[in-house]
Unconditional design. Sequence first.
Length: 413
Amino acid sequence: FFISFISLGWLIYRNIREESPDKTLFLVWGVIMLIAVLAKRRFSYYYAINAALLTGYFSWRILDFAGLRELLARPKEAVKEYITRVERKRRKKAKKAEARASQRVLQQRRATRVKVIVAGVVIFFLVFFPCIGLPGIKPYTRVCGLPVKLAQPLASEPALIDHAWYDSLLWLKDNSPEPFDDPDSYYQLYQTPFHYPESAYSVMSWWDYGHWITRIAHRIPISNPFQQGASQVARFFTAQDEDSANQIMDKLGSKYVIIDYQMPTTKFYAMPEFTGSSSDEFYEIYYQPTEAGKLNRMTLFYPAYYRSTVVRLYNFDGKATESQDSIMVISYQEKLSQEGVWYKEITSSKSFSSYEEAEAYASSQEAGNYRVVGTDPFISSVPLEEMRHYKLVYTSAQKWQGKPAVKIFEYVK
């Protein structure tokens, strides 16, 4: 990555000194991809090609300066070139010049060979060493005190897509209607504006997985890693009732919903942000004082979290759920830490057997901060109705904490 900057500067200098269409094209391509990386780092997997080529160009220039081009030339040709230069000044002493030239070229070739070897060693440790795994070296090591991620061991690790998603998308491809009535339509070229046929439908899932859905399942995702349609997907997954969710599905022409375990857990925080709200409306971090005077950090979930479509589908399979005994009403105070950060400290908590009782108690408090909360994302603190229009049609064999890692629902009108 850093060597590529040197090569780009080198190319700029060369293009100023002399016109070279091929180097100009190479330079423009590299600069454009670098700008894309600086805008969004996810484009680094495109710039990796440029970085590799620029690093190769850098390596060749170093070897060229060290004298590899001269070393590759045949000795007789090198002697003739040297003689030609000498003969321009001393034509009468050609024989003696030839002897001296042979000796000098031989010496120069020995010195050049040493330079090339040194340059090769430098290039090996600077360019190739970070890309290969050597016995006894971990994928993450340190070179000259700097952390280096070795490419070969990293490339041998599992691919970005896991088997749960891969198998699920293959199932969707083989067990769902073809959106364009022709399997080969995936490989055709299209022009804009494009008018979708009546047979076309979309697949609802978080934007992270859009390219996978396109590439493996050959289906049309609502959103993809370009984040087009991400706000619409976020509104669906955070919808608080089935009617609102159905309206979004109808508007977007969606037929299937794919959810994995990360969407209602580690990735849920991003969904409210795409709708213009905040994750604080669904869950928050609280601190519980202990007898030892310490503060235990805990995540408490609000009713809006359990009512979210993504939670109702993945956590509860869209089934009706009664509120459990884990319903609590907490009171809390907002305090300022020594580091100058505001946090919420629980001052009291009370358990209830039903959501109605808990809500009535919290509403009756005239002073203080009170909230109805749940402690477990998979145990609802509010009663949930059955989602009648969403049929669970597939669960992955791969598990996450005993639950299918990926689930597919069919939207049935």
